[in-house]
Design a protein around this ligand. Sequence first.
Ligand SMILES: *Cc1c(COP(=O)(O)O)cnc(C)c1O
Length: 423
Amino acid sequence: MLNSEVFKESSKFMPGGVNSPVRAYKGLDIDPPIIKEGKGAYIYDVEGNKYLDFVCAWGPMILGHCNKETVEAIKNEAEKALAFGAPTYEELELAKYICETVDIDMIRMVNSGTEATMSAVRLARGYTGKDKIVKMIGCYHGHYDGFLVAAGSGVLTTGIPGSKGVPEDHIKNTLLAKYNDIENIRELFKAEGENIAAVILEPIAGNMGVIKANKEWLKEIRTLCDKYGAVLIFDEVMCGFRVSYKGARGLYDVEPDLVTYAKIIGGGLPCGAYGGKKEIMERLAPIGDVYQAGTMSGNPLVVAAGLATLTKLNNNKDIYEKLEFLGKKLEDGVNKIKEERDFPIVVNRCGSMITVFFTDKKEINTYEDVMSCNVDNFNKYFKHMLKKGIHLPPSQFETMFLSASHNEEDIDKYLDALKELEL
Ligand SMILES: *Cc1c(COP(=O)(O)O)cnc(C)c1O
């Protein structure tokens, strides 16, 4: 089987040949490899090509592909439980484990990151009795109507400013703010504070490339939310259990009211969750007046995979030290090559989340900075690295990830390939 043949056939039956847009390599004028297998830090396509993988399923594969304990847990569970649509002991185990290890009162499982953020916003609106939400330009929170304004990730990559099919009415309550801009958020609250139900943000942005939140900015948002009675939501779908076990909440001393998870907590299976303060969470049906439900929510296989992954992460905190060590090695290596080759690039990194920005700027801290990037240069880099057997996210506006299965040799392979890049 050839990648190009499979992709051509896929395009007859799935729009663009894919089930999620960025996978199509649009704008790169090459077909994506069709992936068949993954083991540790490596993946293999249907032609038998081997790639060193820095996509890691867009984050979930923090332990590497087909981690032994996770696969075992799924197999064992599948022998006795696929789905019941009834309470299980296993879902209690996971809920309790997450709440106790990351310090939140209550949690509800859903089936994707989109569902988690969408539900958290509904809950915040129900709880506050207000309609407006604040979203940061360049942040991505999934494909719910109200978030498809100035969104990051695939929305940025495809160049669609928002999305057709989203009625004006559904976004009229979405206020846009600038990431890392204190004055901007102050002005917004001054004008609209009384109507704001929630502020949602990625505390480590990953969907416009990696940008860390400025601590003072986060603190100011916390203060403003308290002053005006708005719910602060950290969208930790990507950075949760990634930048530290406790996610971004482990790095900043700013506490949100609600937090959303997905990606890592499902160990590679479809998942999502939102949680936080009891007082807010108890507004959910069946005890409260905010409705949210899901046939597959808390599915036994997902719960088993999630628990196996999280316990391994929590019991082996040296994993985060290893990820930091490898991340730093990669960052330092790229910066050295940047000097030697005089490449116009900036590396941003938070632990094992890394973006190499192709830009003449000295630093990348805002959405405007990100927009200065030279996408043609990124595309050259991407195609060069793929030829060298390095699988990267196919967009300038995404994050590359490391896993516990990567080693120093793998980082050297990446750096050796980068050295040979011709811009
Ligand atoms: C991936 C992502 C989402 C969406 O999650 P899905 O499972 O793809 O719906 C939401 N927020 C952030 C920060 C993400 O990275």
